[in-house]
Design a protein around this ligand. Structure first.
Ligand code: THU
Length: 144
């Protein structure tokens, strides 16, 4: 499913709105994310930091959890919103989390409060990635 311009507009609004809810008292770097599922539904999340720093959650993780909770199993478009000198891109861990529900063709757009800042495919962000198919057993010659 190719996202329409209306889908992108909905994703941008959802991710910008999610960013408003961010809990980021330590980094002060507020992030919102939104993902479009195979049924055309939008799911959003924000980063949620923690006094025990490594326990913080990225915005993408929240959005993906919402997608799964709603019964979604594929991500067909993703948007991440942050505010800074460099356009935001998903962190390494979030690239892998997106990969679970999408292949390398997934379009991932970056934005800030004013609008679009960039676009990559997941394949560009995470080349030669490890995914669910790697866990599929081979034929008779497979031995572990
Ligand atoms: N962050 C995200 O939420 N998503 C990303 O892809 C990049 C980083 C958050 C984590 C942390 O709360 C803050 O941004 C600074 O790293």
């Amino acid at each position: 499913m190719t996202p329409s311009e209306d889908d992108w507009a909905s994703l941008l609004a959802a991710a910008q709105g999610a960013r408003e809810q961010a809990y980021a008292p330590y980094s002060r770097y507020r992030v919102g994310a939104a993902v479009l599922d195979e049924a055309g539904r939008v799911h959003a999340g924000c980063n949620v930091e923690n006094a025990a720093y490594p326990e913080g959650l990225c915005a993408e993780a929240g959005a993906i959890a919402q997608l799964v909770m709603a019964g979604g199993r594929r991500i067909v478009a993703a948007v991440v919103v942050g505010e800074g000198a460099e356009p935001i891109t998903p962190c390494g861990g979030c690239r892998q989390k997106l990969r679970e529900f999408a292949d390398g063709g997934l379009p991932v757009r970056s934005a800030d409060v004013l609008g679009w800042r960039g676009e990559h495919t997941l394949g560009e962000l995470l080349p030669a990635s490890f995914g669910p198919a790697h866990l599929t057993p081979r034929g008779d010659d497979y031995a572990d």
